[in-house]
Structures are given as structure tokens and as C-alpha cells.
Design a protein around this ligand. Structure first.
Ligand SMILES: [Cu+2]
Length: 69
């Protein structure tokens, strides 16, 4: 199991946190999603999760992954 943190642009309130958490949680293999509003990040923990899959889920929620770690 690995954890990876992504920067997410556009989150401004708890609704945004819920939307991102909900979409990213749907990804197969994800066991934990931790969105930090003040830092503008989402940390995804699980097995075999591709960066591209996370990026698409964040976009589905209406936000964008920026940069890369
Ligand atoms: Cu919001």
C-alpha cells in the first residue's frame, strides 16, 4: 500500500472537499482519501492507483490536479 499527495486547484470550501473525496474514493484500490482544504491537497492511499486515474477523478469532481510530485 502506498500514499501519494497531489496538489489540487480550485477547492474553496467543505463542499469541494466532499466532492473530491467522493470521486477519488470511487477509484478501485483506494483505501483512504485525505483532502486538506487549507493546503489544497489530496492524499490517496491504496494499491495500484495510477496518477492519471486520480487526475481524471479530480476533474470529474470539477477541479484539477496541478504540477506533480
Ligand atoms: Cu467548495
Amino acid at each position: 500500500m502506498t500514499s501519494k499527495t497531489y496538489d489540487v486547484a480550485g477547492m474553496t470550501c467543505e463542499h469541494c472537499v466532499s466532492a473530491v473525496t467522493s470521486e477519488v474514493s470511487k477509484i478501485q484500490g483506494v483505501s483512504r482519501v485525505d483532502v486538506r482544504l487549507t493546503e489544497g491537497t489530496v492524499t490517496v492511499t491504496g494499491d495500484g492507483i495510477a496518477d492519471e486515474t486520480v487526475r481524471l477523478a479530480v476533474e470529474e469532481a470539477g477541479y484539477a490536479v496541478v504540477g506533480g510530485h
